[in-house]
Design a protein around this ligand. Structure first.
Ligand SMILES: [Zn+2]
Length: 296
């Protein structure tokens, strides 16, 4: 009987407990460490131009430029502008994923619709990019932008500028990048990006190839004594790195430009040239020099 009473009391007690609010045990762990906010860069800090490496946050600033040969009407040419933005997005995803594969945190900010402060229009009364004499005009224009404020607003450390020209497919000027060199007059690294040339619309591989120039990679398809790339080195690249993005922008599977993806490979040598890794056996084996990320 006593036992039964005890049991009944226990059941009643349990029933009451179920109705009581449940109190979670108090957490006693020490507060999680707060990661330091990455510090935004300033133009004065750049040792090797504004692009440097994919590590950290890099702004891609888009300048839609008119020159003597072509112009933009941002309303009429909306579809082309949207296509440029889409292609930049493909480049962004490709570079971020490549950097992640080397354990490097990279945030490439390209979307000028989401971030209107990354979109500019300009007009140059020259044939832009025809013989390199227009570089100074472009640098002087870029110098009118408050780049430090842009870097601060996005917490970014680096920036690259794309000068987009609304060219026709018959355009013969080739996309080119003004990347860092010692004594460059301004620190701004920029790309002349002709949206159409040689009968085609330039796609994500071209945009990315040019960006890699800004990060420090040379072309592999021609000799360049700044890097000790000789004709023999070019032949080596053709034989051993046939699909590398610095050798070719053509889709290795179709032989044409791929407009949706970057399908070219990125060798460890290229990763080394853009500062994603601090070693490349090939760089030593081919006795190359001039990598801007190597401290002498
Ligand atoms: Zn190139």
């Amino acid at each position: 009987m006593k036992k039964l009473l005890l049991l009944t009391l226990s059941v009643l007690l349990l029933g009451c407990m179920a109705l009581l609010p449940v109190t979670e045990p108090q957490a006693t762990a020490s507060p999680a460490p707060i990661a330091p906010e990455p510090k935004a860069g300033t133009m004065a800090e750049f040792d090797h131009g504004s692009a440097e490496t994919p590590a950290g946050t890099t702004l891609v600033v888009s300048v839609f430029a008119d020159d003597r040969t072509c112009s933009w009407d941002m309303t009429r040419d909306r579809a082309t502008v949207d296509e440029v933005r889409r292609i930049l997005g493909v480049t962004e995803a490709f570079v971020e994923s490549l950097a992640a594969s080397y354990g490097v945190a990279c945030d490439l900010v390209t979307d000028f619709e989401k971030h209107p402060d990354l979109l500019y229009t300009a007009s140059f009364d020259r044939v832009i990019g025809s013989d390199g004499n227009e570089d100074m005009l472009v640098w002087q224009y870029l110098d009118t932008l408050d780049v430090d404020a842009l870097l601060a607003a996005h917490g970014a450390q680096h920036c690259v500028f794309y000068v987009f020209l609304n060219t026709e497919p018959g355009e013969t000027r080739a996309c080119a990048t003004r990347s860092w060199f010692p004594m460059m007059p301004y620190p701004y690294e920029f790309v002349y990006l002709y949206v159409r040339s040689d009968g085609m619309t330039n796609g994500p591989a071209i945009y990315t190839h040019e960006l890699f120039h800004a990060f420090g990679a040379p072309d592999y398809y021609m000799s360049d004594l700044n890097y000790n790339i000789t004709d023999a080195t070019v032949a080596y690249f053709q034989q051993n790195l046939p699909t590398d993005l610095m050798l070719t922008c053509t889709d290795p599977y179709t032989g044409t430009y791929n407009m949706k993806h970057v399908t070219n490979s990125v060798s460890e040598l290229t990763a080394f040239f853009i500062g994603l890794t601090d070693r490349s056996e090939l760089y030593d084996k081919l006795e190359l020099w001039g990598c801007e990320h190597v401290t002498p």
